[in-house]
Design a protein around this ligand. Structure first.
Ligand code: FHN
Length: 445
């Protein structure tokens, strides 16, 4: 019986995997342009995540940990939530200021919510009035404005697009979330919803010129539904073959996806419970993180992470070969929270000096350890010592016979690096230890 059950389980799980897998873009072969963009993406290393929507007006409703989920967490009926756009008037939104800030912060791209789970389109959608141009007093397409400025200043723009939708009547059967929203429709045609979503995606891919890619989220709400991924992915790649597709489904990438993301955990770690799978070595990686505990604007969440902690996470992510996508939740007036600006400027300041050890690198020869991480560019390995305990560090996995020189990144002076049989031993005198990251540059033959 037990054998039968486990066989049954294996067959069922395999069939489940297969059905989603087969419905993804089977046989997808990325174009050269797409492959070039993947390289660009990995070189870029650092981007700004933006969660901005009509929910920002609520500021989390004075509940730490709620922001863009307020509709769901407070069971706000659709008919009431639909009043929010009427108050959304971000008159102080200045895209030039946002993009200049991003550049000063050392970030190379922005990923912004074109639609979150609340179903509200933050761009000029022709197929639904539930959008920023038609439904708000502001009446302007913030996504279009931002894209124009990004093009001017040479920053790539990606769209976060939620597949989950608490507002659309055809998002039925409902998934795991939003079941307390009393006036959600009790019937609907999920295929019609997918058609709607694909039409909105087509708008996003044709109205704004070349974009960086699409960052999907929300499939986890109905993991067994027929999302018609193959069609969606083919549509995106048809409109823009170079656009990178990623999906936050918390699984290994499906065919048609061009990068893999990890939410609030480094690749391979799982403190949040999202990352139960492995790490793909076929596509680029990205890790996203909040600056406090919220994605969207939360007025009482002051749980800000320190600059040091965020730089350490960025460097560790780079040590895994992953990009770092750091989030801000702009305020309803269109301004970025000043605390976030300060943090971004401080990280940008650090990158002005140390960017060379992060941008354009790939994961180093040794995976991140408690003491720090390694990154590599051609024959140069950067040893990032983030947590020096005053004792020699033994690093295995560096081909010490290829070692030509070892110097401190800061002043080029010789570092105390000794070969041993499995790798190298590093000792750092107190005066050489930097408060955030002591970088030693190894040049290999
Ligand atoms: O539910 C969302 C959440 O609001 C936010 O957008 C994050 C960003 O990674 N992703 C989801 C949960 O996995």
């Amino acid at each position: 019986m037990r054998l039968y059950l486990s066989k049954f389980l294996v067959v069922t799980l395999f069939a489940g995997f297969l059905s989603i897998h087969l419905s993804a873009q089977e046989g997808y072969v990325p174009t050269q342009e797409n492959l070039d963009n993947r390289e660009w993406f990995q070189d870029a290393k650092y981007g700004l995540f933006v969660h901005w929507g009509v929910y920002s007006i609520m500021g989390g409703g004075c509940d730490e940990g709620i922001a863009e989920w307020i509709m769901e967490r407070k069971d706000i009926p659709i008919v009431q939530y639909e009043k929010l756009p009427g108050f959304f008037n971000p008159t102080q939104f200045d895209p030039a200021q946002w993009v200049s800030m991003v550049k000063k912060a050392g970030m190379k791209y922005i990923t912004i919510t074109s639609k979150h789970h609340d179903g509200f389109a933050m761009y000029d959608s022709k197929i639904s009035d539930y959008n920023i141009v038609d439904a708000t007093p502001y009446g302007k397409d913030v996504i279009g404005m931002l894209k124009e400025e990004c093009d001017k200043q040479g920053v790539k723009l990606f769209f976060y697009h939620s597949q989950l939708d608490w507002h659309h009547p055809d998002y039925f059967p409902h998934g795991r979330t939003g079941n307390g929203i009393a006036d959600r429709s009790q019937s609907g045609d999920f295929n019609a919803y997918i058609d709607y979503m694909n039409s909105q995606l087509s708008e996003l891919l044709t109205q704004y010129g070349e974009i960086g890619g699409i960052w999907f989220d929300g499939m986890w709400d109905k993991p067994d539904a027929n999302w018609r991924l193959g069609e969606t992915y083919a549509l995106i790649h048809k409109h823009q073959p170079g656009a990178l597709i990623g999906s936050n489904h918390h699984k290994m990438p499906y065919p048609g996806e061009d990068f893999m993301m990890f939410e609030r955990d480094l690749p391979g770690e799982n403190s949040m419970g999202f990352n139960n799978t492995g790490i793909s070595d076929a596509v680029p990686l990205e890790m996203c993180e909040t600056m406090n505990g919220s994605w969207g604007f939360n007025i009482i969440d002051q749980n800000y992470k320190s600059v040091e902690k965020l730089i350490h996470t960025m460097v560790r992510a780079a040590g895994y070969g992953a990009n770092f996508l750091l989030n801000t939740g702009p305020m309803p007036n269109g301004k970025i929270q000043p605390e976030n600006v300060d943090t971004l400027m401080a990280i940008g300041h650090w990158l002005e000096s140390y960017g060379e050890t992060v941008y354009g690198t790939r994961k180093g020869p040794v995976k991140p350890q408690e003491w720090g991480a390694t990154t590599i560019k051609d024959n140069v390995v950067y040893i990032h010592v983030l947590n020096y305990k005053g004792r020699a560090i033994e690093i295995q996995g560096i081909e010490s016979d290829r070692l030509r020189s070892a110097v401190y990144f800061d002043d080029g002076s010789r570092a105390d690096v000794k070969r041993n049989k499995d790798g190298i031993t590093i000792t750092i005198p107190k005066e050489k230890v930097k408060p955030i990251d002591t970088v030693i540059v190894l040049t290999l033959m």
